[in-house]
Design a protein around this ligand. Structure first.
Ligand code: DC
Length: 229
């Protein structure tokens, strides 16, 4: 059976990963959350105290890059992948606000992007993959058979992320989440290297008003037409 690459890009908290996981499960494809890789690098940078008050020690971080190993392991219980940073499971730790505040700064460094893009391209070499991120359709897999670009209003995205995070008393406020989302959108869209851009051949989806079910159905129609080509 023909296998394709599905590239899903878009602003933060547009439901890319929920959609990507569901598509991967349905198609029996591999799902890769490329944002988790950038988050793991940001966690490493925080642990090594290479970032201080939003200032990254870029030369030191570039020297440290060969010491950073990122791996995914399938977890049957959650039907998703656990993320490992140098053999330590960090799936939860990479979702903290501290990491969210540092990640766009780290992701703007070209050497970080080169290292992670190489790894992402290796993961997709056999096709049969759904990958979500910011530059998947433009840089990582410019020849992907299906490219989607997800958008939704900032308030709706902040509420979604807030609901995801507000499981304990140290959770950030809705305003903090909204501020972080706005700041990351700005940094991700204006950085010099591989900014968040809609590829000309990507199909744009504003899912502010769509249920997950409606969105999945519409996108499966697109997937099926790609598979029949
Ligand atoms: O998808 P996410 O919000 O977990 O991604 C975290 C950050 O990583 C995001 O602010 C931008 C960066 N990122 C990127 O630059 N390129 C990607 N392909 C994926 C994420």
């Amino acid at each position: 059976m023909k296998k394709i690459i599905i590239a899903i890009d878009g602003l933060s908290s547009t439901g890319k990963s929920t959609l990507a996981k569901r598509l991967a499960k349905h198609l029996n494809y591999t799902y890769v959350d490329s944002g988790a890789m950038y988050r793991a690098v940001a966690l490493y940078v925080l642990e090594k105290k290479l970032i201080n008050g939003g200032e990254l020690n870029t030369p030191k971080m570039i020297i440290e890059l060969p010491n950073i190993s990122i791996a995914f392991e399938h977890n049957m219980d959650i039907n998703s992948f656990d993320v490992y940073l140098n053999d330590v499971k960090v799936s939860k730790a990479i979702r903290s606000m501290e990491v969210s505040n540092a990640v766009s700064i780290v992701a703007a460094i070209p050497q970080v992007r080169q290292q992670l893009v190489r790894l992402q391209q290796q993961m997709g070499a056999q096709k049969g993959i759904v990958m979500d991120g910011r530059d998947i359709g433009t840089v990582v897999f410019p020849n992907a058979e299906l490219k989607l670009f997800m958008t939704a209003s900032a308030n709706i995205r902040a509420k979604r992320r807030y609901d995801e995070l507000s499981t304990n008393s140290s959770s950030p406020s809705l305003q903090e989440v909204l501020d972080n989302i706005n700041l990351r959108d700005e940094l991700d869209s204006t950085r010099k290297d591989s900014p968040l851009l809609k590829s000309n051949d990507a199909i744009e989806f504003d899912n502010s008003q769509l249920s997950q079910e409606q969105q999945f159905e519409k996108i499966m129609e697109l997937v099926n037409s790609c598979l029949q080509l």
